[in-house]
Design a protein around this ligand. Structure first.
Ligand SMILES: NC(=O)c1ccc[n+]([C@@H]2O[C@H](COP(=O)([O-])OP(=O)(O)OC[C@H]3O[C@@H](n4cnc5c(N)ncnc54)[C@H](O)[C@@H]3O)[C@@H](O)[C@H]2O)c1
Length: 236
């Protein structure tokens, strides 16, 4: 029987690539995004299901679970990415970036993780970032803080769920080609590329492959890990 996979923020970018990969691997994929129109366009191509979803809201997660039924794979991918200098971030933006990236991931782990724990199996993959591991990445302090916290959250959720057949891992990409990177000013992008030893941007498929591995049956002994997909930008 096909597994059910939920990918948040899958209307574009990495989420879309992850949804495509999981669908190609035979999963029933729910494309959950604030942007319903975009989610519908992706769902139509993949024979997936589009769901209007706000990761910041507990009620939205509960509704999503009603639509999805039993979830085998959850990919907490949705995020708000803002490049802004420390002093230019206002308090509302700080709160919303943290609510989207961190509370969204926490709610996904809690709501879907509880269901997986009851059923005794599941895979959760959280999108972190090299920005959460290294302050040299060009990004906003709120974004970087949320991504660092996702790595800690991943370890805690993994510990809580380790005895229940549920794994929780993170993937930490560096700059990946796509709509988010397209908004970066050319001189900033050039500076970014200089920090990546392989000398190029990552490709969405390369992140999707890492997520697919962590979501697979074969990865049952991997939990609480952060898999770096960063072209050597950070080696640890
Ligand atoms: N692209 C990169 O270079 C890169 C690098 C490192 C980490 N990441 C991480 O990978 C993930 C995907 O990044 P991306 O560049 O594809 O992002 P993106 O900005 O292209 O897409 C984000 C998606 O999330 C959706 N979204 C935003 N707020 C939401 C909410 N409240 N509820 C539901 N959906 C919401 C958006 O509508 C959009 O479809 C993010 O977690 C990001 O932090 C990306």
């Amino acid at each position: 029987m096909a597994r059910t996979a939920v990918v948040t923020g899958a209307a574009r970018g990495l989420g879309e690539a992850i949804a495509r990969r999981l669908a190609a691997d035979g999963d029933r994929v729910l494309i959950a995004d604030l942007n319903l129109e975009g989610a519908e366009a992706v769902a139509a191509e993949l024979a997936g299901e589009a769901v209007e979803h706000d990761v910041r809201s507990l009620e939205s997660w509960e509704r999503l679970l009603e639509t999805a039924g039993d979830v085998d794979v959850l990919v907490n991918n949705a995020a708000r990415t803002e490049f802004r200098s420390f002093w230019e971030i206002d308090v509302d933006e700080w709160d919303d970036v943290l609510a989207t990236n961190l509370r969204g991931t926490y709610l996904g782990c809690r709501v879907v993780g509880a269901q997986m724990r009851e059923r005794g199996s599941g895979r959760i993959v959280n999108l972190a970032s090299v920005a959460g591991q290294n302050s040299r990445a060009v990004t906003g302090a709120h974004y970087a803080t949320s991504k660092a916290a996702i790595i800690a959250l991943t370890r805690h959720a993994a510990t809580e769920l380790a005895g229940s057949g549920v794994t929780v891992n993170a993937v930490a990409p560096a700059a990946i080609d796509g709509p988010m990177v397209a908004t970066v000013a050319p001189e900033r992008l050039e500076a970014m590329l200089k920090t990546i030893p392989v000398g190029r941007l990552g490709q969405p498929d390369e992140v999707a492959a890492a997520v697919a591995y962590l979501a697979s049956e074969a990865a049952g002994f991997v939990t609480g890990a952060t898999l770096d997909v960063n072209g050597g930008m950070l080696m640890r």
